[in-house]
Design a protein around this ligand. Structure first.
Ligand SMILES: [Zn+2]
Ligand SMILES: [Zn+2]
Length: 118
C-alpha cells in the first residue's frame, strides 16, 4: 500500500542533519542532534540527587540572556539546584577525606600496638 502523508522531520540547528531525536533549548527552541547537543546545550536537573521530567536544557545564549522573565526564573531555580549539588559534593568529598584520614590513623596505630608497642 502507498500513501502520501505529511510528516514532520527534525533537523539539527547546527550540522543540519536529520535527527530522530533532538535536544531542545527551553529558551529559544533551537534543536540539536545527539552529536551536536553537548557543544551547545547545558543540561539542568530538577533535583539535587535525581533527574526527571522537570529536567531542562538551555543553550549558551539563553543562559546568558534568558528570553523572558519566566525563563529567567526557571534558570535561576535550576542554578540553585546546581549550586546545592556542588555544595553537597564538596561536603561529601570533605567527609570522605576525613574518613580516610581517621581510618589510616586506626590502621597505623593498630599495627603499632600489635607489634608490641602497647
Ligand atoms: Zn547536529
Ligand atoms: Zn536557547
Amino acid at each position: 500500500m502507498r500513501k502520501v502523508i505529511e510528516k514532520e522531520v527534525a533537523f539539527c540547528d547546527d550540522c543540519g542533519n536529520e535527527a530522530d531525536y533532538v535536544h531542545t533549548c527551553i529558551g529559544c527552541g533551537k534543536e540539536y542532534c545527539y552529536d551536536c547537543h553537548d557543544a551547545h546545550l547545558t543540561e539542568f536537573r530538577c533535583g539535587v540527587s535525581f533527574g526527571g521530567s522537570g529536567d531542562g536544557e538551555f543553550c549558551k545564549e539563553c543562559i546568558e540572556n534568558p528570553p523572558t522573565p519566566k525563563l529567567r526564573k526557571l534558570l535561576k531555580a535550576y542554578l540553585k539546584i546546581r549550586a546545592l549539588k556542588t555544595e553537597r559534593d564538596a561536603v561529601y568529598n570533605d567527609f570522605q577525606a576525613r574518613c580516610k584520614k581517621a581510618e589510616a590513623e586506626v590502621d597505623k596505630t593498630y599495627k603499632e600496638v600489635m607489634a608490641g608497642g602497647r
